[in-house]
Design a protein around this ligand. Structure first.
Ligand code: CA
Length: 219
């Protein structure tokens, strides 16, 4: 099951689409304007955004640009109505991952959604508190800004983010990031944690739990 956000102002399209996606086993939210979509993404980023181009207020093209900046690895599938819209979508710098032209068959759209979600699941992508990690590519971002991390800082961040909301004991972090037979001083952990926090910037998503370890805040 994946968490999806559909941004579509036309009920006649949104309703059957939401029903089909729910039948496919997904948790689906609906936003009926570009503004609503951007707030929903900021509050709780979905795995996939299905985004209509023609929206009242902020249009789908602009929503795509903004969402891309804040969530570089978010999968975006755009719905286009006219060929002029299609040109814009295809020419989009921080492009959509895929697009479907209206009118579309639901079966076609569902197949595209499955393909995008398979790709999404394969990259080892993690995200919380505005921090995104792609384990396969060994890349990380904070609020859309790519971070330059040393290998250990990256491993540390991926471990913490993969356990967002839970406290990780210092020993466990040492064993998983450094060496499973590591029994020495944990000063090196504090040094790396310090540089990682500095690179992540403020507010720090990592909380020190005194006498125990660290917790990456889930939101
Ligand atoms: Ca529309």
């Amino acid at each position: 099951m994946a968490r999806l956000l559909v941004c579509e102002d036309d009920d006649a399209i949104a309703e059957p689409l939401l029903r089909s996606l729910a039948r496919d086993g997904h948790a689906v939210d609906l936003a009926v304007s570009g503004e609503a979509a951007l707030s929903a993404i900021a509050a709780c980023p979905p795995e996939l955004l299905i985004l209509d181009v023609g929206l009242p207020g902020i249009d789908g093209i602009e929503v795509c640009r903004v969402a891309r900046r804040s969530h570089p690895a978010l999968a975006i599938l755009m719905l286009t109505a006219r060929s002029s819209e299609l040109d814009e979508v295809v020419g989009l710098d921080a492009g959509a991952d895929d697009y479907v032209t209206k009118p579309f068959q639901l079966s076609v759209l569902l197949a595209r959604v499955r393909a995008l979600l398979r790709r999404e699941g394969s990259g080892g992508r993690l995200e919380a508190s505005g921090v995104r990690v792609e384990s396969d590519a060994r890349r990380a971002w904070r609020d859309g800004r790519e971070l330059e991390l040393s290998p250990k800082e990256f491993d540390l961040l991926a471990l913490l983010l993969g356990n967002a909301g839970r406290v990780l004991e210092r020993d466990r972090i040492m064993h998983e990031v450094w060496d499973e037979n590591w029994w020495g001083s944990t000063k090196t952990l504090d040094v790396h944690m310090g540089t990682l926090r500095r690179k992540l910037g403020d507010p720090s998503p990592i909380t020190t739990v005194r006498g125990v370890g660290f917790r990456f805040e889930a939101e």
